[in-house]
Design a protein around this ligand. Structure first.
Ligand SMILES: Nc1ncnc2c1ncn2[C@@H]1O[C@H](COP(=O)(O)OP(=O)(O)OP(=O)(O)O)[C@@H](O)[C@H]1O
Ligand SMILES: [Mg+2]
Length: 383
């Protein structure tokens, strides 16, 4: 891949600062006091369930949606009231809508032609971006003569050619099949390594978020639930919501009774017992807590239950290739929890077999039973 578009000092000034940004549609507030600083060159991903406000915030950054309150700065300049074309941003949407009657070349050049950029400059920029994105061979084709991935690259080229200060992507890969999505995700990661343009990328695909992001902003109902590196979000979820949202297969979340044993706490439910270090979690005075443990952090118990663990009868075995996901539960109780464990396929138990697993104590998470807030005392950040 060759580079490209020269970066002027002005272009470097592309940090984004959101301060107390809110969005109201009539009486309904859909974004609440959104505070975030995106550093120059950073790749930030907005992640969260449908309707949590990802696109709305992105569209406010782009200037396609009015900001109801707060301050938005891009490159140190307040841009709340600046029209989209003066913000120095380029946006790529899920429905990238190329002009079907124009060639790839004309689609890419369209924005620059409208700005009356001289032809020689347009030609040299088209050469640069099409080299970078591997589109040289397709410049004379029409969009209908391209694959979905190639079309998506044309959409990115169209955004790139404007040498934006900031790239905004709204679910750009969600119309592609799984293989192509994987391929384009890698292309976008490489593109960012080359261009280093400040990027805000919206997705509800956690795999995309984990692999692309410098930092993930996890949103829920128009509020930030957690901001952190993929590792921080995965290993130190600040709430049961984050814990349950990130990770496949999802984390087991089980309500447990708490008993203070002095040096440690004993947590128990119908399906088992776990001991946790008294210094690690704020459990004092609590009768109940939500325990979180990822399926990969449950190991087959070979100690005969001496160290506690989870027990039950296998209800379901899902074959995943190298591994199987085994779901087991205690029968008979009205509140029987189903718990899942991930294990090598070679060790797969049989359906209805009684199994027993120990939880790796270093990998246990605990949350407030009502608010879902993490009870971890050592909240030191990970990088
Ligand atoms: N024009 C509008 N008028 C009223 N409410 C709206 C409007 N646009 C969006 N909303 C509401 O704002 C909330 C956030 O919507 P938004 O499109 O930002 O969600 P999202 O996180 O992008 O979801 P998805 O993953 O489904 O794209 C939703 O509850 C939505 O119903
Ligand atoms: Mg959206």
């Amino acid at each position: 891949m060759s580079l490209v578009i020269s970066s002027s000092p002005e272009q470097k000034m592309s940090a984004i600062s959101c301060h107390n940004i809110i969005k109201r549609y009539g009486e309904t507030q859909v974004v609440h006091e959104f505070d975030l600083d995106v550093a120059d060159n950073e790749f930030v991903v907005f992640l969260g369930p449908s309707g949590c406000g990802k696109s709305t915030i992105l569209r406010m950054l782009a200037g396609l949606e009015d900001i109801s309150g707060g301050d938005l700065h891009i490159g140190g300049r307040r841009v709340n009231d600046l029209p989209p074309q003066e913000r120095g941003i380029a946006m790529v949407f899920q429905n990238y809508a190329l002009y079907p009657h124009m060639t790839v070349r004309d689609n890419i050049a369209f924005g620059l032609k409208r700005l009356r950029v001289p032809k020689a400059e347009i030609d040299s920029r088209i050469k640069e971006v099409s080299d970078t994105l591997g589109l040289e061979r397709y410049l004379q084709r029409k969009p209908t003569e391209l694959s979905g991935g190639q079309q998506q690259r044309v959409a990115i080229a169209r955004a790139m050619i404007k040498t934006p200060k900031v790239f905004l992507f709204d679910e750009p890969l969600s119309n592609l099949d799984a293989k192509l999505r994987n391929h384009m995700r890698i292309e976008i990661a490489k593109l960012h390594q080359t261009l280093k343009t400040t990027t805000v990328y919206v997705t509800h695909d956690q795999h995309e978020a984990m692999t692309l992001a410098d930092r993930i902003v996890l949103l829920r109902d128009g509020r930030i639930e957690q901001v952190g590196s993929p590792k921080e979000i995965f290993e130190r979820p600040r709430s049961a919501f984050v814990a349950g949202f990130i990770g496949t297969p999802p984390m087991n979340l089980v309500e447990m009774s708490v008993k203070d044993q002095g040096s440690h706490f004993e947590l128990s439910c119908r399906a088992g017992v776990v001991h946790v270090n008294a210094r690690q979690f704020a459990l004092e005075g609590r009768e109940r807590a939500t325990l979180g443990i990822r399926p990969a952090h449950l190991q087959v118990d070979t100690s005969g239950g001496r160290d506690g663990g989870f027990f039950g009868e296998v209800q379901l075995i899902e074959y995943l290739g190298n591994e199987v996901l085994v779901s087991f539960s205690q029968n008979g109780g009205e509140s029987s929890n189903e718990i899942s464990a991930l294990m090598p396929s070679a060790q797969a138990p049989r359906l209805h077999e009684r199994v027993s697993f120990v939880a790796d104590p270093q990998q246990v998470h605990l949350f407030d039973i009502d608010t879902g807030a993490s009870l971890r005392i050592d909240k030191a950040s990970l990088h």
